[in-house]
Ligand binder design. Sequence first.
Ligand SMILES: Nc1ncnc2c1ncn2[C@@H]1O[C@H](COP(=O)(O)OP(=O)(O)OP(=O)(O)O)[C@@H](O)[C@H]1O
Length: 328
Amino acid sequence: MYHLDNISQKKGNTQILRGINLNIDENSIFAILGPSGSGKTTLLNILAGIDRPTDGNFLNEDGQVEKGIMVFQDYRLFPHMTVFQNITFGLKVKKAKNSEIKQRAENIMKTMGISELINRYPDELSGGQQQRVALARALILNPKLLLMDEPFSSLDEALRIEMLDFVKELQRKFQLTIIFVTHYKTEAYMLSNKVAILINGQIMQVDAPKKLESNPQNFDVAKFLGQANFIEGSLSSDNFSSPVYSGKVNVVAEEGKLYLPFSGQLQLDQTDYPAFKGNVVEKKWMGSNLERVTIKINQETVYCDLASESVSENQVYQFYFSKLPVVF
Ligand SMILES: Nc1ncnc2c1ncn2[C@@H]1O[C@H](COP(=O)(O)OP(=O)(O)OP(=O)(O)O)[C@@H](O)[C@H]1O
């Protein structure tokens, strides 16, 4: 188990990280998901030993300070070196024997499917190939802990999904612990069954993807995950009143402002929680048999995702909550 023990980072007057505590199982992939500017790169730089925190430590099971090997967002290959020279750079610095360097490079290039690129320079490689070279350069050092900073953000959708599967395969093959940061929730969900949400330098929630979606712990998490419409209303005890929904709610926290998350919780089949009658004004197919449906109720607009073809445009439907709605 790795421990992030109360890690804080301040640069000038900016408090970037605020007391991050996390336990990370060895031999697993742990995803940290957060919006742009939330402190993901700052945190990974600390875990890689590239930067020192103003407070706290990154420790291994034995309580010793730990650091991982980083795969950067922009790959950072050396432009004047071939693929072989890039991959073997770290071993050369460590003064490994030439025969060992050659052997390990051949093995890792084979694993990564880049053997035929051996003499190419980075500007002769596609983004996906550069990504594989960057991974090979890290893996040749036999790391126990690999840190990945948005490594697939510049790849196209199909390639990104292929690389996510590949990372899972590498994790198993090399029994790695991988800490993966991203702002794409699908990436985090596909890679890991434990995802930490980092917002504004704070860990807001650590949970399985399905739990995050169904039970975001606070307004910031729900808003970031984008699964929510937020309808203002008023609350008295556990009764919520708004133009869209009035009735019982689950109250998570009362902060003066009241919001109602909808998406993923709405359905057409009757439940005990009737939500609203609304006019479907638009549908957008999202792939995978899902449509994002725009519904108008008086002046309010609500978005929800429903199975394709379950509603038609310009028709009024009664929508139901699938469970007791939540007010933050
Ligand atoms: N040296 C610094 N001095 C002051 N502020 C900094 C410094 N480095 C980063 N920041 C600020 O800290 C915040 C977090 O930056 P960081 O790069 O860690 O975010 P991120 O989550 O990785 O973002 P992105 O997804 O866009 O890469 C940002 O608001 C950034 O402007």
